[in-house]
Design a protein around this ligand. Structure first.
Ligand code: NOJ
Ligand code: CA
Length: 604
């Protein structure tokens, strides 16, 4: 039995072939298949060995809309793997771990900023867009990463910080040196702090104003984030040209796209809150046009932490497209709210408020990321609720959010993590996994700022969790060592050996998601069971229909669905291949375990 080609090409046959496997399963066949880079659903969890041997090369998905079918994985080079034992993760280390990502089923890596930077904001303070931070490696290493990732069927996108630079950037050094300097007008200056008073402060815990006095310049400069991150002046066409050149440089190297940082704040206008201004959209449309014309099939993923009705504008229109993807920020906290309230309403309401996307666009769905769990897109009452429920210790709060990882937020409950992961993989959009969450890694709230969720990846139970052979004191951050989430308890090696680990479970569900294109491109149709604890929906693509039912409560729940439209079809549970009773005229009855969920293929 050979599992060649893209499972997406013929998902039905692919799955059928795998479900036809005779019992007992011949483990050698499964091993052989997995060594070929395939992930047969239904039998994976029982027989898969750790990926001790190299996986075979995997073709890149070159079809347009590849990003809709992708599974993204967000990582910090600094945190992933130290390749030269100096205590800091680097590109050679990451390259050495690509087999792991291929094994997991990841098809696109999102690299957090790796450019030259004083690292006062995790690299979101760039001092040279063309250089790689020396601790991470060289430009040549990035090139090698792209080649190595591509040969494993994995694309790579990078963070591009367009809104601001570090105050150490030569542009800003020149700008502050004299009013007549060539770069003076590349930044936003003022003699008073009176301008743009309607713009909110984002980093509330550290900043008191969006203006900071610069002694050398003899003027205030504008910044939406830290006071060491002066905003670039997008009213100056030279800034556009300089930024477009940065894009071209990395695209020429083979970068598959960008996560565009802090997009809503590019322009400032008096009397506005300085977010989502029309000028910003004009610039993004120009950027998209340039990328499409010069580098087809690359993507722009926009970071606009805004309400759905505002985010939608960042996709642009069919005539004037902007970004291919946007994170669905408002959805994320509502998943947590729905879970704690044991009601689907918060999810249902925000999805009902989410406008349809223009063709060729996709949401980016995430549960956690490298920042605090942001509570900007909730009401004040909801924010208080979230803080009460999920941030019992003051140290867990940061700005308008909660600086914790997924597993601790969910009380390390395997059922809840599985339920959330199932939602991540089935809601309309492309899933974005934050490194370590596939293991159930924890956090360290005693570290400053957002460092608590950026600790070293846990590979083994060896010294420093297998992340680095440097002395402990030399590590960029201490790895977790507590008895629950520490690397001795939670690490890749152990999770790969343990066939019932979260890691194996997630890998299997990633494979299932990839085998049914309805998950990535299908229409989302919510069903409204009368039980308020159950969130149920269909994903429909051409003749395919996938049914997902999710129990948000801690108790078992019954549900009744009106599935008359699908009368005559047979729901087949996707992982086990078990056929459920045919759909008829009567309400379709199901039962879900506490925090349980089920995925069905509605087969004709
Ligand atoms: C958003 C990034 O995710 C965050 O980490 C950073 O601090 C700000 N933008 C400023 O660049
Ligand atoms: Ca290193």
């Amino acid at each position: 039995m050979a599992y060649k080609g893209h499972p997406e090409d013929h998902p039905r046959e692919w799955i059928a072939r795998n479900q036809e496997v005779e019992t007992p399963v011949d483990p050698r066949r499964v091993v052989q298949s997995i060594e070929e880079g395939n992930t047969p659903p239904g039998i994976v969890s029982a027989t898969i060995p750790p990926p001790s041997t190299a996986l075979s090369p995997q073709p890149l998905d070159d079809r347009p809309n590849w990003f809709k079918r992708a599974v993204f994985y967000e990582l910090l080079v600094r945190a992933f793997q130290d390749g030269n034992d100096d205590g800091v993760g680097d590109f050679p280390g990451l390259i050495a771990r690509l087999d792991y990502l291929q094994w997991l089923g990841v098809t696109c890596i999102w690299l957090l900023p790796f450019n030259q930077s004083p690292l006062c904001d995790g690299g979101y303070d760039v001092s040279d867009y063309y250089a790689v931070l020396p601790e991470y490696g060289t430009v040549e290493d990035v090139r090698r990463l792209l080649d190595e990732a591509h040969s494993r069927g994995i694309r790579v996108i990078m963070d591009l910080v367009m809104n601001h630079t570090s105050d150490q950037h030569p542009w800003f050094r020149d700008a502050r040196s004299s009013p007549k300097s060539a770069h003076r007008d590349w930044y936003v200056w003022s003699e008073t702090t009176e301008r743009y008073q309607d713009a909110r402060i984002i980093f509330l815990d550290t900043e008191t104003s969006n203006w900071t006095w610069d002694e050398q310049a003899g003027a205030f400069f504008w910044h939406r984030f830290f006071s060491h991150q002066p905003d670039l002046n997008y009213d100056n066409p030279e800034v556009h040209a300089a930024m477009l050149d940065v894009f071209r440089y990395w695209l020429d190297m083979g970068m598959d796209g960008f996560r565009l940082d802090a997009v809503p704040y590019l322009y400032e206008r008096e009397g506005t809150n300085g977010e989502n201004l029309p000028e910003t959209h004009t610039f993004l449309a120009e950027l998209r046009d340039t990328v499409d014309r010069e580098y087809p099939n690359r993507i722009l993923l926009c970071e606009a932490n805004q309400w759905p009705e505002d985010v939608i504008d960042y996709f642009g229109t069919p005539d004037r497209p902007e970004c291919h993807m946007n994170f669905h920020f408002p959805l994320m906290p509502r998943l947590f709210m729905a879970l704690r309230r044991e009601q689907s309403a918060p999810i249902t309401e925000i999805l009902a408020r989410t406008p349809p996307l223009p063709p060729g666009s996709q949401w980016g769905i995430f549960l956690r990321n490298h920042d605090e769990l942001t509570l900007e897109m909730v009401t004040e009452e909801e924010r208080d609720y979230m803080w009460n429920e999920f941030a019992p210790d003051r140290r867990m709060k940061l700005n308008l959010g909660i600086r914790r990882r997924l597993a601790p937020l969910l009380n390390n409950s395997r059922r809840q993590i599985e339920l959330f992961s199932a939602l991540l993989l089935s809601l309309p959009g492309t899933p974005i996994i934050y490194y370590g969450d596939e293991l159930g890694m924890g956090d360290n709230i005693f570290l400053a700022d957002r460092d608590g969720v950026r600790t070293p990846m846990q590979w083994t139970s060896d010294r420093n969790g297998g992340f680095s052979r440097a002395d402990f004191a030399q590590l960029y951050l201490p790895p977790l060592m507590d008895p629950i989430y520490g690397y001795q308890a939670v690490n890749v090696e152990a999770a790969q050996r343990d066939e019932s680990s979260l890691l194996h479970w997630l890998r299997q569900y990633i494979a299932v998601r990839k085998a049914w294109p309805a998950f990535s491109e299908g229409e989302f149709k919510e069903l409204y069971p009368s039980n308020p604890s159950v969130f149920a929906f269909l994903r429909v693509l051409d003749g395919d229909a996938v049914l997902c039912v999710n129990n948000l409560s801690r108790s078992a729940q019954p549900l009744e669905l009106d599935l008359r439209r699908w009368k005559g079809r047979t729901p087949v549970e996707m992982v086990g291949g078990v056929r459920f009773p045919d759909i008829g005229e009567l309400p379709y009855l199901l039962t879900l375990a506490p925090h349980g969920f089920l995925w069905f293929d509605l087969q004709p």
